[in-house]
Design a protein around this ligand. Sequence first.
Ligand SMILES: [Zn+2]
Length: 325
Amino acid sequence: MPKMPGKHWIFSFLKMKNRRLILSLIIFGILSVFVASGWFTWTKSNPQPVPRFDGERALKDVAAQVAFGPRIPDSDAHEKAVKYIQSELAAAGWQSTVEMAQFGGQTALNILATRNKKTPTLILGAHYDSRLYADNDPDPVNQTVPVPGANDGASGSAVLLELARSLPVDSIPTALLFIDIEDNGRIPGWDWILGSRAFAANLPIAPPKAVVIVDMIGDADLNIYMEKNSNIELTRQIWKTAKSLGFEQAFIPEYKFRVTDDHVPFIEKGIRAVDIIDLDYPYWHTIQDTPDKVSAASLQIVGDTLLAWVRNYGPCLTLQNCNEK
Ligand SMILES: [Zn+2]
């Protein structure tokens, strides 16, 4: 009787010298299928994490800017800061242009960044220049020296850079504005907020629904009071958002100062704008305004608050009343 062909084949196969190798390969193949399907299930249930605002990374942006030297007009440090900001924006997927504009006899190099070619509903802004003279320094010798501008200049633009990295792509259309020559008031030939005045006087984009300025928000001892020139509704929304995140100690829900800052030119044009600023900073306009006075935790608080505010209130900025949200 002839042997069954199949039986003969299996028998021969098992008798083969290298059957261990072949069996190992089969087991390996089966295991590979399991591992691959497990990985697929895991990645499906664990999508790529949403980028989060990283205060430590923002603090590195502060140190990088200060390391260039004082970012005063026509200086190498200023030029390096512009290049740094633009390259960090590009790495985060933003397109930026340097908007050169004149105001008060001075030339501003404002950096405007957008991401999706849509008309921005919102501008998030901060000045990146630093003051020409540390005229508030207790030592008269230092009063003709430029300020390092760690908190006053670098902290706000560091928060903007980290927002560029962490703001979800599907957020409301947002522009980031790095503002030049904000900080030379009370110096002959200069004034405060020349860069934002130049920008607002020749808006290169359609007027946004809201402008939020951050300035001096890196102080390790963070006390941000409501500011009296700011739009009341936006102020209420932002301070309420901070409270909901447990940041009421930093965002104090009381009015304290009236500040001529980069929000004012927008308000004067009828655009709602708010200034987030901590003026209780003992090193203001001194040579002590160095990165060691700035903390990652403070940058984190401001970044997290702005991300949450954009997420919660952004979609209703185009509406009349989203205050009760
Ligand atoms: Zn200043």
